[in-house]
Design a binder for this molecule. Sequence first.
Ligand SMILES: O=C(O)c1ccccc1NCC(=O)[C@H](O)[C@H](O)COP(=O)(O)O
Length: 211
Amino acid sequence: MLVKVCGMRDEAALAAVAALAPDFLGFIFAPASPRYMEDVLAPEQVQQVPTSIWKVGVFVNATTETVLAKARQFGLGAVQLHGHEAPAQCEELGEAGLLVMKAFSVGSAVDFAALLPYVPFCDFFLFDTKGAAPGGNGAVFDWALLERYDLPVPYLLAGGLALEHAAELAALRLPGLVGVDLNSGFETAPGVKDAHRVAQMLQALRLPATT
Ligand SMILES: O=C(O)c1ccccc1NCC(=O)[C@H](O)[C@H](O)COP(=O)(O)O
């Protein structure tokens, strides 16, 4: 199971979580988020994350030019598009050499047909809980809605995940599911991750499957 830890904005927590070697670390470039990091982390602090970890810039309706400029400045290898970005923008960013993750908000149903135009241009999808904010709402959606997923793009599951979900997630078998995204459930304050809790989750998710 791949693990992305999102919303890094505290230098000490960044170092502690990076030392745990998650697969992805997310940095939020949306100014309205309490996890917006450009005011507290310098590009060099992001660049020094080990190259074995994908550095993911999380953007909400930013232009391609802005995303590419931030990717160059902060040394991002991947982008997560968390707004209403079009398939053509995913294509442009992929052609620029970035790994592209498109996030979709899930309410009481998922319209998989609406995702079809994104399929050729995304490396991953990310399903997150619909809420008042574009992301980081801290609420879980009904994962059973993904049982009918039949698209060829692998996805990460997001939305309110916390340690209490560890056993259920480790046993979860859903078509296309390849990873999880950890955020507010692993914080002591917005953007300050608790490396101890992250370590416990990584251990639970990386244990060999028993079934
Ligand atoms: O986390 C935010 O503040 C945020 C704000 C705006 C766009 C995206 C944001 N987060 C992106 C993520 O990938 C989060 O990890 C995801 O929304 C799940 O968050 P949570 O419900 O807190 O687990």
